[in-house]
Design a protein around this ligand. Structure first.
Ligand code: KIV
Ligand code: ZN
Length: 389
């Protein structure tokens, strides 16, 4: 197992395939700059042949980003590869990412090609891309539903043709962690010269398993993970970068692998992507949702106020948040209520005044989902106490 996993961010390509998302050049550049600060290894900036706007965006990202490899996607056809190269050639570290499907279903219904034809095309197009660029990634689209013997053959041959990264996508989010982990291990054991290239995985979230499948792959030898901020992407999305990274960090004891992400940039990146794409993050989303570091029940609040690790497995500061959040509602206890009073500046209340205010708070909390600071202010102004200092 490699001691450091590479992070290939595809927010600007697969993430942009989220229905309703359309980023202009300036927006893509702003996100790319933030991804650079976040410390991703590779930024897939777009699909250069898809539109003139996407071409210009990939070109602009290539010319402005100095601390990450910049990739463009290209089907395994010459005109796509030509366009991808035109777009990325100005990058400090350019990559052409070419792909062709390898599963029976895609061969029969989409490509209408035989296995031999696909193999021949894959080899020829990797060689073609290689004439331009030393860093060529090859993806076997729908790999997780591909006949394993054929997949192994394709991988072996594209490595011979010069591919430097082999990507194994779970294109339709079909696989399971145990199955996908096994597939990566088999590829690692059976493909000659596999240790000369990076093994990448690219998991979609149709069954809610994209992150689990990616982490299972890491445990079985994957050295690059493809993911997006906030898990954006086609249909149910891609594996979420923030969940993969915080999973690896929080369970260092288990994964025993490093990365070069500055986790303190995670929250800021999530906010930027959400505001520029217009896709809001669900409140209970792991790591970056509004409730990810919020505690409502009295038992939890009491625990966290005494010792954070009782109910927090990560520090909010580690993703760039200043603090956790106590949500005051009907399940909250006196401990959290008193703490909030102190934070709001009510430091000279008598125990009787606090008791009175707490009783009022409890009956208000029965009527409201969340009791806000302004509600507490109103309770105190009702002369239950002295004025704050
Ligand atoms: O999901 C997929 O298979 C892809 C490839 C083009 C890498 O996005
Ligand atoms: Zn994808």
């Amino acid at each position: 197992m490699s001691s450091r996993i590479k992070i290939f961010d595809t927010t600007l390509r697969d993430g942009e395939q989220t229905p309703g998302v359309n980023l202009n050049i300036q927006e893509k550049l702003e996100i790319a700059r933030q991804l650079e600060k976040l410390g991703v290894d590779v930024i897939e900036a777009g699909f250069a042949i898809a539109s003139p706007g996407d071409f210009e965006a990939v070109k602009a990202v290539s010319e402005n980003i100095k601390n990450a490899t910049v990739a463009s996607l290209a089907r395994a056809v010459e005109k796509d590869i030509d366009r991808a190269w035109e777009a990325v050639k100005g990058a400090e570290s350019p990559r052409i990412h070419t792909f062709i499907a390898t599963s029976d279903i895609h061969l029969k219904y989409k490509l209408k090609m035989t296995e031999d034809e696909v193999l021949e095309r894959a080899i020829a197009m990797v060689k073609y891309a290689k004439k331009y660029c030393s860093d060529v990634e090859f993806s076997a689209e729908d790999a997780s539903r591909t006949r394993i013997e054929f997949l192994i053959k394709v991988i072996e041959e594209v490595i011979k043709a010069g591919a430097t990264v082999i990507n194994i996508p779970d294109t339709v989010g079909y696989t399971t962690p145990a199955e996908f982990g096994n597939m990566i291990r088999t590829i690692k054991e059976k493909v000659s010269n596999i240790d000369k290239v990076d093994i990448s995985v690219h998991c979609h979230n149709d069954l809610g398993l994209a992150v689990a499948n990616s982490l299972a792959a890491v445990m079985n030898g994957a050295t690059q993970v493809e993911c997006t901020i906030n898990g954006l992407g086609e249909r149910a999305g891609n594996a979420a970068l923030e969940e993969i990274i915080m999973g690896i960090d929080t369970r260092k004891d288990f994964y025993k692998i490093g990365h070069k992400i500055d986790t303190r940039q995670i929250y800021r990146t999530s906010k930027l992507v959400s505001s520029l794409t217009g896709i809001t993050v669900q409140p209970n989303k792991a790591i970056v949702g509004a409730n990810a570091f919020a505690h409502e029940s009295g038992i939890h609040q009491h625990g966290v106020l005494s010792e954070k690790s009782t109910y927090e497995i990560m520090k909010p500061e580690s993703i760039g948040l200043s603090q956790n959040r106590m949500v005051l509602g009907k399940l909250s206890g006196r401990h959290a209520f008193e703490e909030r009073l102190k934070e709001m500046g009510y430091t000279t209340l008598t125990p009787e005044a606090i008791q009175k205010a707490f009783e009022k708070f409890k009956s208000l909390a029965d009527k409201k989902k969340v009791v806000l600071d302004k509600d507490i202010e109103a309770l105190i102004e009702e002369k239950v106490s002295e004025v704050p200092e």
